[in-house]
Design a protein around this ligand. Structure first.
Ligand SMILES: [Fe+2]
Length: 245
């Protein structure tokens, strides 16, 4: 079984279509979306339509999905609040219902799927340090955990001796998964990458071969940016697509 795992689509339909098409031609049989399906972008309805039709979809909630139904608090940027309010007006009732019912965590076979961290997932922690990764791996208690939220690709792993190591994977790099290690895979962001690379991206997990491959793909972010401006959303969300920031 090959599972295409991706996160933080943020209503960027062009980027999502690019990833899904690539995953399909590379043998993906199932799809896992790690939340933040909406927010920032101008295509929430088309994004949800495509996502909800994916075969064997595994889906968890992100903070932006949740902010449609719960006030994100005074700390949230004004643009995020505006995008949430606007997104609510764009979605069909069944799409809102789908988002409102998303679980925080899904565990299947040897894998855990969560947006931010398996350790207190409702806190939306940004995992950047070895200590945070250790807490998440301990809470997930499974050989393989997939996360998003940070919008940067990263692999953390726990060695047999208990040390946490990490590295930034290259596009196309095949990463073999040792049965003696536990892995925390940050799949990056489909729709708003923030590692200085404008390319969209996802991870293909090959269960039978026990390996993951990160893919980064060029897409037409100028079309996406035009739609964001035309919808009257924050122009920053359009500009940053070209910067990958
Ligand atoms: Fe996000």
């Amino acid at each position: 079984m090959r599972v295409a795992v991706f996160s933080d689509v943020h209503s960027n339909l062009e980027a999502l279509e690019r990833c899904i098409a690539h995953a399909h031609t590379h043998g993906a049989e199932r799809y896992a979306c790690l939340g933040d399906m909406v927010g920032y972008g101008a295509d929430p309805e088309g994004t949800l339509e495509l996502l909800m039709a994916l075969p064997g979809l595994i889906a968890v909630r992100g903070n932006h999905d949740e902010s449609l139904f719960r006030d994100p608090g005074d700390g949230a940027p004004r643009g995020v609040r505006e995008a949430s309010a606007w997104t609510r007006t764009q979605l069909a009732a069944a799409q809102l219902e789908f988002l409102n019912r998303l679980p925080y965590v899904v565990r299947e076979a040897a894998s855990t799927y969560v947006h931010a961290s398996a350790y207190e997932p409702t806190r939306w922690e940004y995992i950047r340090s070895a200590e945070q990764a250790r807490r998440c791996l301990a809470a997930a208690d499974s050989p393989l955990t997939f996360i998003g939220h940070v919008h940067e690709t990263r692999v953390f792993y726990e060695t047999a001796g208990g040390a946490i190591r990490d590295f930034t994977p290259a596009s196309g790099e095949v990463i073999p998964l040792s049965p003696r290690s536990r892995y925390l895979i940050n799949v990056g962001s489909v729709g708003q990458p923030r590692d200085g690379n404008a390319a969209t991206g996802y991870v293909l997990y090959d269960e039978a071969r026990a390996e993951v491959t990160f893919h980064r793909l060029a897409y037409d972010y100028e079309s996406t940016a035009r739609k964001i401006r035309a919808a009257g959303l924050s122009p920053l969300y359009a500009e940053r697509l070209a910067w990958g920031r």
